[in-house]
Design a protein around this ligand. Structure first.
Ligand code: ADP
Ligand code: MG
Length: 356
């Protein structure tokens, strides 16, 4: 743990990035109504940057002079932080750049990381503006902790870094379809889930993973972030991987934080720097009623206690997922990515997060 904003005699600056289009389009109102005052009262000098388009934040942090900034704070949903993380990792000096402390204030419709950080404090669950206040407190305290990044290799060879989730099947479809309901905020996931339940389908694919117990250490030795656990897609997975026998799924979800959205605790044991992928998958044959029960239990993080025979939960360090259907949706941190075979591996504690 480190502490920010405490070095005497040194001007500190925080860049606050706001996506005015996120959520219900309320992020600017949250800034004007709460965030600005909170930062001023805590004596944290900051500069407001309002994004003008998708990838604006990504381009900006890719080229920014980071010596000017003590932290980058995102007031938006998870999507804007995803841009910032990937912009930092695209830099020549990524090793240093990714050490820039990152803060998140919930201003979008998908505020899963913010909800996770609140959950890790063990305080009772909150939502909406109370979640903003909780995250604002953590920000003003200025303690930093480590954040795992998950390297994701898409079939084109492109590499992405994720801090939240990789989804395919039911959850990915809900993520993207529910964007049309952005106006209702976080409720969009609930409505999206109900809509998808009505047209529940099966997704064919192959899944394999490296169980956490087979790979106690996830540091890659040198600081190069090599994906040393992965072998090329045209080769079979290594011997110590588990190949899932089932080929028909309702969903595959790899969680890297506890929360899938503000009110879904998909991986109750996850922590920001546990070096672990929390892999959940639901196999075909589950009834609509049972699936709905799972999602309802997920609101209190008790879905793993239901004994549902179609739900499997495993801790992993790496995975390979090969969808067999030609077209579909795959999301990383709630953002749609190129569809096709993917591999992923955890890199423990690579980034820094302002959180207690
Ligand atoms: P939400 O939680 O509401 O989805 P996000 O922060 O995830 O909010 O942002 C949603 C999408 O908006 C992201 O894909 C992001 O890249 C994009 N985006 C960022 N800035 C803007 C902007 N100014 N106008 C439109 N889209 C933007
Ligand atoms: Mg989003």
């Amino acid at each position: 743990h480190g502490v920010l904003f405490s070095e005497v005699g040194r001007p500190c600056g925080v860049m606050v990035l706001v996506n005015p289009q996120s959520g219900r389009g309320q992020a600017m109102a949250l800034y004007n109504g709460h965030v600005q005052r909170m930062l001023t009262e805590a004596d944290i000098p900051h500069t407001l940057v309002i994004t003008e388009r998708p990838n604006h934040a990504r381009d900006l942090v890719r080229n920014a002079d980071l010596t000017q900034w003590d932290a980058l704070v995102i007031l938006s949903g998870d999507g804007l932080l995803f841009e910032v993380v990937n912009g930092l990792m695209e830099r020549q000096d990524w090793e240093k750049a990714i050490q820039t402390p990152l803060g998140i204030l919930p201003g979008g419709s998908g505020n899963a990381l913010a909800a996770s950080l609140h959950y890790y404090t063990r305080a009772s669950p909150v939502c909406g503006e109370d979640l903003l206040t909780s995250c604002g407190f953590q920000l003003c305290k200025g303690q930093t902790s480590a954040l795992d990044l998950i390297s994701i290799r898409l079939s084109s060879g492109a590499r992405l870094f994720s801090f939240l989730s990789l989804a395919w099947g039911f959850v990915a479809d809900v993520d993207i379809e529910s964007e049309q309901f952005r106006q209702i905020g976080d409720l969009r996931f609930l409505l999206g889930t109900l809509v998808r339940l009505a047209s529940l389908r099966v997704y064919q694919g192959k899944l394999a993973f490296l169980p956490a117990e087979n790979q106690p250490e996830t540091h890659s030795g040198e600081n190069q972030l090599l994906d040393h656990l992965l072998v090329p897609l045209d080769q079979p997975v290594p011997q110590d991987w588990t190949v899932v026998e089932e080929r028909e799924f309702v969903l595959v979800l790899a969680m890297f934080q506890s929360h899938l959205s503000e009110d879904l605790t998909a991986a109750p044991d996850a922590r920001s720097d546990d070096g672990t992928m929390h892999l959940l998958y639901v196999t075909a044959g589950i009834s609509r009623a049972a699936l709905l029960r799972l999602f309802r239990a997920m609101q209190s993080g008790t879905h793993l206690d239901l004994g549902c025979p179609h739900l499997v939960y495993r801790r992993a360090r790496a995975l390979r997922l090969e969808p067999l259907s030609p077209a579909g949706v795959m999301t990383v941190d709630g953002e749609r990515v190129e569809y096709g075979p993917v591999q992923a591996q955890v890199h423990r504690g690579v980034a820094r997060l302002i959180a207690t």
